[in-house]
Design a protein. Sequence first.
Length: 128
Amino acid sequence: MTFSNKLAKIVFATATCVVFALSFLLYKRVLHLDDSYREVNQNNLVKLKLEQILSTLKDAESAQRGYLLTKDSLFLEPYFGGYDRISRLMTEVRALTEKNAVQQKNLDALTTFIEVRFRAFRTQIDQF
Protein backbone atom coordinates (compact mmCIF):
# COMPACT_ATOMS: atom_id res chain seq x y z
CA MET A 1 0.00 0.00 0.00
CA THR A 2 1.31 3.37 -0.90
CA PHE A 3 1.45 6.25 1.52
CA SER A 4 -1.20 8.30 -0.30
CA ASN A 5 -3.56 5.30 -0.52
CA LYS A 6 -3.16 4.68 3.21
CA LEU A 7 -3.70 8.38 3.96
CA ALA A 8 -6.83 8.43 1.79
CA LYS A 9 -8.28 5.48 3.76
CA ILE A 10 -7.52 7.19 7.08
CA VAL A 11 -9.09 10.45 5.90
CA PHE A 12 -12.15 8.55 4.59
CA ALA A 13 -12.55 6.60 7.88
CA THR A 14 -12.16 9.79 9.93
CA ALA A 15 -14.65 11.66 7.75
CA THR A 16 -17.10 8.77 8.03
CA CYS A 17 -16.78 8.76 11.82
CA VAL A 18 -17.31 12.53 11.93
CA VAL A 19 -20.40 12.26 9.71
CA PHE A 20 -21.84 9.50 11.91
CA ALA A 21 -21.10 11.47 15.07
CA LEU A 22 -22.74 14.60 13.63
CA SER A 23 -25.71 12.54 12.45
CA PHE A 24 -26.13 11.08 15.92
CA LEU A 25 -25.94 14.54 17.54
CA LEU A 26 -28.45 15.90 15.02
CA TYR A 27 -30.78 12.98 15.70
CA LYS A 28 -30.62 13.63 19.46
CA ARG A 29 -31.33 17.35 18.89
CA VAL A 30 -34.31 16.56 16.68
CA LEU A 31 -35.70 14.23 19.36
CA HIS A 32 -35.25 16.96 21.97
CA LEU A 33 -36.89 19.51 19.68
CA ASP A 34 -39.81 17.15 19.10
CA ASP A 35 -40.26 16.67 22.86
CA SER A 36 -40.15 20.44 23.37
CA TYR A 37 -42.70 20.95 20.62
CA ARG A 38 -45.07 18.43 22.20
CA GLU A 39 -44.69 20.05 25.62
CA VAL A 40 -45.32 23.56 24.28
CA ASN A 41 -48.31 22.31 22.31
CA GLN A 42 -49.75 20.62 25.41
CA ASN A 43 -49.19 23.75 27.51
CA ASN A 44 -50.95 25.87 24.89
CA LEU A 45 -53.85 23.43 24.88
CA VAL A 46 -54.11 23.63 28.68
CA LYS A 47 -54.01 27.42 28.47
CA LEU A 48 -56.78 27.40 25.85
CA LYS A 49 -58.98 25.12 27.98
CA LEU A 50 -58.45 27.33 31.04
CA GLU A 51 -59.38 30.41 29.02
CA GLN A 52 -62.55 28.62 27.89
CA ILE A 53 -63.34 27.81 31.52
CA LEU A 54 -62.90 31.46 32.50
CA SER A 55 -65.03 32.60 29.58
CA THR A 56 -67.80 30.17 30.49
CA LEU A 57 -67.67 31.29 34.11
CA LYS A 58 -67.95 34.92 33.00
CA ASP A 59 -70.89 34.04 30.75
CA ALA A 60 -72.67 32.32 33.65
CA GLU A 61 -72.05 35.31 35.89
CA SER A 62 -73.34 37.70 33.23
CA ALA A 63 -76.40 35.50 32.71
CA GLN A 64 -77.15 35.51 36.42
CA ARG A 65 -76.69 39.27 36.60
CA GLY A 66 -78.94 39.81 33.57
CA TYR A 67 -81.62 37.63 35.10
CA LEU A 68 -81.45 39.46 38.42
CA LEU A 69 -81.78 42.81 36.67
CA THR A 70 -84.58 41.91 34.27
CA LYS A 71 -86.31 38.85 35.76
CA ASP A 72 -86.22 37.38 32.25
CA SER A 73 -85.38 33.67 32.34
CA LEU A 74 -83.94 33.81 28.82
CA PHE A 75 -80.84 35.35 30.38
CA LEU A 76 -80.24 32.09 32.28
CA GLU A 77 -79.51 29.94 29.20
CA PRO A 78 -75.70 30.40 29.42
CA TYR A 79 -75.88 29.76 33.16
CA PHE A 80 -77.60 26.37 32.90
CA GLY A 81 -75.16 24.89 30.38
CA GLY A 82 -72.16 26.60 31.96
CA TYR A 83 -71.52 24.20 34.83
CA ASP A 84 -71.65 21.14 32.56
CA ARG A 85 -69.34 22.77 30.03
CA ILE A 86 -66.88 23.77 32.76
CA SER A 87 -66.97 20.24 34.20
CA ARG A 88 -66.16 18.77 30.79
CA LEU A 89 -63.32 21.26 30.26
CA MET A 90 -61.93 20.57 33.74
CA THR A 91 -61.88 16.84 32.95
CA GLU A 92 -59.92 17.59 29.78
CA VAL A 93 -57.44 19.80 31.65
CA ARG A 94 -57.00 17.12 34.32
CA ALA A 95 -56.19 14.57 31.64
CA LEU A 96 -53.69 16.92 30.01
CA THR A 97 -51.92 17.65 33.32
CA GLU A 98 -52.16 14.21 34.92
CA LYS A 99 -48.38 13.89 35.28
CA ASN A 100 -47.99 17.23 37.07
CA ALA A 101 -48.91 17.02 40.76
CA VAL A 102 -48.67 20.78 41.30
CA GLN A 103 -51.11 21.47 38.48
CA GLN A 104 -53.47 18.81 39.83
CA LYS A 105 -53.51 20.62 43.19
CA ASN A 106 -54.17 23.89 41.39
CA LEU A 107 -57.05 22.25 39.54
CA ASP A 108 -58.47 21.02 42.85
CA ALA A 109 -58.46 24.60 44.12
CA LEU A 110 -60.01 25.85 40.87
CA THR A 111 -62.72 23.19 41.07
CA THR A 112 -63.56 24.27 44.61
CA PHE A 113 -63.70 27.92 43.54
CA ILE A 114 -66.00 27.12 40.61
CA GLU A 115 -68.33 25.05 42.79
CA VAL A 116 -68.54 27.90 45.32
CA ARG A 117 -69.27 30.42 42.55
CA PHE A 118 -72.04 28.30 41.05
CA ARG A 119 -73.53 27.69 44.49
CA ALA A 120 -73.58 31.46 45.02
CA PHE A 121 -75.17 31.96 41.61
CA ARG A 122 -77.82 29.36 42.40
CA THR A 123 -78.55 30.86 45.82
CA GLN A 124 -79.01 34.35 44.41
CA ILE A 125 -81.22 33.10 41.60
CA ASP A 126 -83.35 31.02 44.00
CA GLN A 127 -83.75 33.96 46.37
CA PHE A 128 -84.88 36.22 43.58
